[in-house]
Design a protein around this ligand. Structure first.
Ligand SMILES: Nc1ncnc2c1ncn2[C@@H]1O[C@H](COP(=O)(O)OP(=O)(O)OP(=O)(O)O)[C@@H](O)[C@H]1O
Ligand SMILES: [Mg+2]
Length: 574
């Protein structure tokens, strides 16, 4: 076999394979170009999730006719003035994105510099098919149509317009958070989805992240060894079933870096269940020579010269902030101060990065002493789990049994009971539902609404009656009776995350099991709630007759017993 040079069209297409994986990656490149051109406003129009059309309009510097043609050639860039790739501050630097996109689509590039006329070039799968004068305001407009239409291998891997749209929305959100000083508009299929005025980083993050973060978030702002970390993270008690709301930035570049994700995870270790994820927007500032951005085709990963220092800053910074706020995790209902964090990383003293895990571990039971001695009204020998004698820390029921002392974790135990109740009702075919007096409207992301909408049949079988109420809202008419009065909007948000994560890999039965567990968690009495003696005894009696009530839905015990003989040992009586 002889070696030959590949024709340039094929080379472009190979490069496109790395840069343009799906519509959202093309969109990301186009918006980055607009931002690099110092646009103050970026308008994005998509149709069919970007498969039909991606259009990006900016009011940035624009290009001359000669530059437009150059821009569409490979390895042509205006962004490495000193030929130095070590100190890149722009999003782009490879001169690859436009020719790559143009090789797998029909692309129209129109641009106009201030004070001159506009020009347009049209490219059909890598070939110039037309050009001429164009009328447009100063700036640039790029239209991408027929993406992958002639690349069956890629087209096959496109998902539904809905999920492609979800990916594009995510890409735009990340860039809009990275550049809060720029206005963004996003339209999908003719509907305005985002409309963001230029603002400050905290305000932009607040506008794009879960609104509840105002109450359940902690601001961060610290500097250590020349590295800066600012942003906001959720309290451990405010978490999600998937890692989709973690926004990470290095020197204003959105990244999906494994080191950073791992550090975030580590910061919450033992504060949060293994399968739950915090919400976070973290902005890391690193000296340019400490980080290499040229390690990933889509430029979404980076390499740090000193990874341990970066990890230490993130873990230590987050832990310190969470520790200083740990009382808020305990007092869940207490309205907390709104999140404030400055973007000037030098404004605050270095964070105390010491990791004090023990403090946070006890965050949940720092309430006022709440033990109450109760006279045993029924003879203790009648019941295996005994008779309630009191409640400790508003979390643990203390009961006296014939042969010892029983301590019950009220939340874990109740969660299990609700789950078993839901499960047996489902297998018996009669899930009791409770109609809401006033149907509740819940606002969620469009992709989350889609997920719930697609599952309404199954959810109805579980006693949850939901219907679509608008692009980003759902209407809840009834909830499973076993739940009492749950926080409906949090329940739906968690269910959507659950459904997204389960994907299509599991059988219907397995999915229902998962979804039921999520529902059960919402219907359960929380740690921190004061229970009456009657409520405590009712819980104990139900545990005695419910199968599998000895372990919670996460595999931990729901109660422990200290036998009389154990107590005697403790006091050295034996
Ligand atoms: N919206 C725009 N406004 C002004 N100039 C632009 C715009 N988009 C592209 N350009 C010019 O075209 C050049 C090529 O763009 P392209 O995205 O292909 O490469 P790049 O941004 O330099 O690097 P990368 O491949 O890493 O994105 C840019 O360097 C820039 O000079
Ligand atoms: Mg670019």
């Amino acid at each position: 076999m002889s070696i030959r040079r590949l024709p340039s069209e094929l080379v472009d297409r190979i490069a496109a394979g790395e840069v343009v994986e799906r519509p959202s990656s093309a969109l990301k490149e186009l918006v980055e170009n607009a931002l690099d051109a110092e646009a103050k406003n970026v308008t994005i129009r998509l149709s069919g999730g970007g498969i039909g059309l991606i259009e990006v309009i900016d009011d940035g510097s624009g290009m001359s006719a000669a530059d437009i043609r150059l821009a569409l050639e490979r390895h042509a860039t205006s962004k490495l003035p000193g030929n130095s790739i070590d100190r890149v501050t722009s999003f782009g630097f490879r001169g690859e994105a436009l020719p790559s996109i143009a090789s797998v689509s029909r692309l129209t590039l129109e641009s106009r510099e201030r004070g001159s006329d506009g020009w347009r070039v049209e490219i059909d799968h890598g070939r110039v098919v037309g050009e001429g004068p164009a009328a447009l305001p100063p700036g640039t407009r790029v239209r991408v149509e027929q993406l992958f239409e002639k690349v069956p291998a890629r087209r096959k891997f496109l998902r539904s317009p809905r999920s492609e749209y979800a990916a594009s929305l995510d890409a735009v959100k990340r860039l809009a958070m990275a550049r809060s000083d720029v206005g963004f508009t996003l339209e999908h299929d003719g509907r305005k989805v985002l409309s963001l005025q230029p603002s400050t980083p905290p305000a932009r993050v607040a506008a794009l992240l879960a609104a509840e973060l105002e109450k359940h978030g902690v601001g961060l702002d610290c500097v250590r060894d020349g590295l800066g970390l600012a942003g906001v993270v959720s309290l451990p008690t405010f978490n999600r079933g998937m890692a989709d709301q973690q926004y990470l930035f290095v020197n204003s570049r959105p990244v999906k870096d494994r080191l950073l994700v791992g550090a975030l995870r580590a910061a919450y270790r033992d504060l949060i269940a293994r399968d739950r994820y915090p919400i976070a927007a973290l902005f890391l500032t690193v000296p340019l020579d400490e980080v290499d951005v040229n390690v990933h085709p889509a430029k979404t990963e980076v390499r740090f010269r000193d990874p341990a220092a970066v990890r230490g800053l993130i873990v230590g910074g987050i832990r310190a902030s969470l520790d200083s706020e740990s009382h808020r995790s305990a007092a869940r209902e207490q309205a907390a101060a709104p999140v404030v964090w400055t973007s000037d990383v030098s404004a605050l003293p270095p964070a105390d990065a010491a990791v004090r895990e023990d403090r946070a571990l006890f965050a949940g039971i720092r309430a006022e002493p709440a033990g109450r001695a109760e006279p045993a009204l029924t003879p203790v020998e009648s019941y295996p789990l005994g008779v309630a004698r009191g409640q400790v820390a508003n979390t643990y029921i203390v009961a006296e049994a014939e042969d010892g002392l029983v301590i019950v974790d009220q939340h874990a135990a109740h969660e299990r009971l609700v789950l078993e109740r839901l499960r047996s009702a489902r297998t018996g075919g009669a899930v009791a539902r409770q109609e809401l007096l006033i149907p509740e409207v819940v606002e969620l992301d469009e992709p989350d609404c889609d997920r719930i909408e697609a599952a309404t049949g199954e959810l109805s079988g579980l006693g949850l009656e939901v219907e679509r109420f608008g692009p980003t809202s759902l209407l809840v008419r009834a909830v499973p009776a076993a739940l009492g009065s749950p926080d409906v909007s949090k329940l739906l948000a968690d269910l959507a995350a659950e459904i997204a994560e389960l994907g299509s890999a599991l059988s219907l039965q397995e999915k229902l099991d998962h979804v039921e567990a999520t529902i059960a968690c919402h219907g359960s009495v929380r740690a921190g709630r004061v229970l009456s003696v009657a409520e405590m005894n009712a819980l104990l009696r139900e545990m005695e007759v419910t199968p599998r009530s000895g372990q919670c839905n996460h595999g931990r015990p729901t109660w422990v017993k200290l036998a009389h003989s154990d107590i005697e040992k403790l006091f050295g009586r034996k």
